[in-house]
Design a protein around this ligand. Sequence first.
Ligand code: FDA
Length: 389
Amino acid sequence: MQFDTIILGAGAAGLMCAAHSGGRTVVLDHAKAAGEKIRISGGGRCNFTNMYAGPDNFVSTNPHFCKSALKRYTQWDFIDLIARYGIAYHEKTLGQLFCDKSAKDVVAMLLSEMDKVGAQLRLNTHIKSISHTGTEFVVETEAHGANKTLTAANLVLATGGKSIPKMGATGLAYDIARQFGLPVIDTRAGLVPFTFSDGQFTALAGTALPVRATANGQSFDEAMLFTHRGLSGPAMLQISSYWQQGQPIAINLFPDSDPFDALRSRRQTDGRRYLSTVLGYLLPAKVADLIATDLKLTGNLADQSDIALRAICDHLTNWTLHPTGTEGYRTAEVTLGGIDTDALSSKTMEAKSVPGLYAIGEAVDVTGWLGGFNFQWAWSSGWAAGTAI
Ligand code: FDA
């Protein structure tokens, strides 16, 4: 069957692109339903954008690449669309916007926008091969009869990254990119919990506290959560996108105040108490116990000189941890790396060397922070390609 545009992937970026592309458009996906990651995102409420979204909230080999699309289709454009559909939303924290009711409203909105321009959606469609005749892309599917072979002048790669293979994530976009000579930046799991050896934190599982997490020169002030396998929570997910295997992570357990002042004044009031007990007044008790064991702290607070207290505080504000790894694609919210932005136009997302081939969304080497930024990239890049086609 002949189309003008074939979009591979009915996720956030693919649906957005379809809603804006002119001509005869078809979206193909091997899943049973469109927008499955939208549906489960934000605990079923979809953190669909961030009021403060800007280029600084993205990780990419070329940090400038995302600027054009983000500027031309902004968070306010998407908020406007949400408002036009009467979808109620609220700010949870740090500019993160969530649906009041259900993420399904966002999927329904995108499908309705697609309908308006007459774009078709074909689910349960397995892609067997892609080729190019010189003028057209040919997509062979496992369907039967007239639906089996589809041709179009434009092919949009919107099959996302490798995160959560159980939900149908595959590396198809990378394979097709390579087939057409586009380089792919090595991929790895992002926004993912850390693992540690020996069940180091098992006894603390479920404990959360605010921290500043630092790796590779980047810091995040957010909550950290101890888990049976290691460390999670927003601070850890955020820093995982900057961390490289083998590197340490520095944790400041007192991101908002200097514990030295607190311990010194406690020395006046609680000098006869064990140092570990007093630490338990300033930190969750289990965390204080762990630190006290780590530092082999003994004796009363009154026994500690200023120099000794300063050394303890240096540890509390620069607790150096060595993760063994991350939970990987199994639980990662995103995939870092992907189709090299050098090979794409930042204005249209079209491959510079292959006219008619486009790449959008998570498949591209642009990865957002936690907090609605990844969907904003999907909307902005999907819009950029859709309106250019
Ligand atoms: P996306 O993954 O959405 O879509 C790709 C589509 O391609 C899928 O429908 C898939 O079935 C299809 N596909 C893949 N391989 C295929 C193949 N071989 N053949 C045919 N079809 C194929 N972001 C955010 O901003 N706010 C949030 O609240 C969350 N929450 C969140 C929770 C969880 C649990 C996860 C895993 C992720 C998030 N994210 C998020 C990240 C966000 O979901 C993600 O960045 C976007 O969905 C990416 O959009 P894409 O359209 O690029 O890929």
